[in-house]
Ligand binder design. Structure first.
Ligand code: SAM
Length: 293
């Protein structure tokens, strides 16, 4: 009652600032204002605490998902310094490898790479072998180089020395290998070597295995024994094109046609910029045999 009277009679006579000061004199109003302010502060604190809890949970989830997802092959290529992935003077091979070999990530098998790296330089090379070792945590990684690269030997990595066209050393590697599933030719990049190595090693891969040839661009470079003639069949790329025809050998119209080993045992040829993946299997679908043109 008294308050209402004061509001009606005194408030119109005072400035806003003065009225606020007068209100603080009233202990009821002051207590109520203090309670309102305390409630607001409590609410603000709760909102801030809730936001902090949400941010902490999101950070924890992000860290957990990062820990669960193993690094990509491109990340590992950069970590170990192989030129299989990178900028302007590097190749862009690793996404293709991840696509074609990703299913082997947790398998026990042997991967052979021809060409360990570093050429004649002392204690140089081994980058890709280390990358493969981390990418395939249960695989044995084997390398062959014409130079002595024994310094790369460690748990799950073994280096052999010899030429990629030497059938003896290739047989030794095959005999030692347990469940060979992947062969990569990153050696001399000379077509005559590449094709000889393929002729020796491809028959040794089991069905389901993968044979990869890198740096196929040397097919067109005369210094590497290549030619700019795209119809040449003696280069790695020319040979690859014949493999693509071979995929369809069953539809060759000559009734006396005898399929070659490669035609019978290659089920996929995937050519990308400067590299080729060749899939081993049994190429004998047979469904169209009676329908020769
Ligand atoms: C391009 S480097 C390999 C790079 C490695 N794979 C990497 O990605 O880090 C090529 C290697 O092949 C080796 N090499 C050259 N000719 C060879 C041959 N005929 N047989 C075996 N290795 C050969 C070289 O000594 C060199 O170290």
């Amino acid at each position: 009652m008294l308050r209402e009277l004061a509001v009606r009679t005194i408030k119109p006579l005072l400035s806003d600032m003065a009225w606020k000061r007068v209100r603080r004199i009233d202990p009821t109003t002051a207590r109520r204002d203090a309670e309102i302010a305390a409630r607001a502060a409590r609410r603000d604190a709760e909102i801030a605490a809730r936001a902090a809890r949400r941010a902490a949970a999101a950070k924890k989830a992000k860290l957990a998902s990062q820990a669960a997802a193993p690094p990509s092959l491109s990340t590992l290529a950069a970590k170990y310094g192989t030129d299989k992935w990178g900028g302007p003077h590097m190749h862009q091979y690793t996404p293709h490898y991840q696509h074609h070999l990703g299913h082997l990530r947790n398998e026990r098998f042997t991967l052979l790479e021809i060409g360990i790296g570093g050429y004649k330089q002392d204690k140089a090379g081994g980058a890709s072998l280390r990358m493969w070792k981390e990418f395939f945590p249960r695989a044995q990684i084997v390398g062959l180089d014409i130079e002595d690269k024994s310094f790369v030997n460690e748990d799950r990595i073994r280096a052999y020395q010899g030429s990629q066209t030497d059938a003896r050393i290739l047989k030794e590697i095959i005999d030692d290998a347990d469940n060979l599933q992947v062969i990569i030719d990153d050696g001399s990049h000379r077509s005559e070597h590449t094709l000889q190595t393929f002729a020796i090693l491809f028959p040794q891969l089991p069905d389901g295995g993968h044979y990869i040839i890198e740096d196929t661009q040397t097919s067109y470079w005369s210094r590497w024994g290549g030619t700019a003639d795209p119809t040449a069949t003696y280069t790695t790329m020319g040979f690859t094109k014949t493999l693509i025809d071979g995929l369809n050998y069953e539809e060759v119209t000559d009734p006396g046609y005898q399929a070659t080993y490669n035609e019978l045992k290659i089920v996929g040829v995937h050519a990308y910029h400067n590299m080729v993946f060749i899939d081993k299997g049994t190429n004998a679908d047979g469904r169209w045999n009676t329908n020769r043109g």
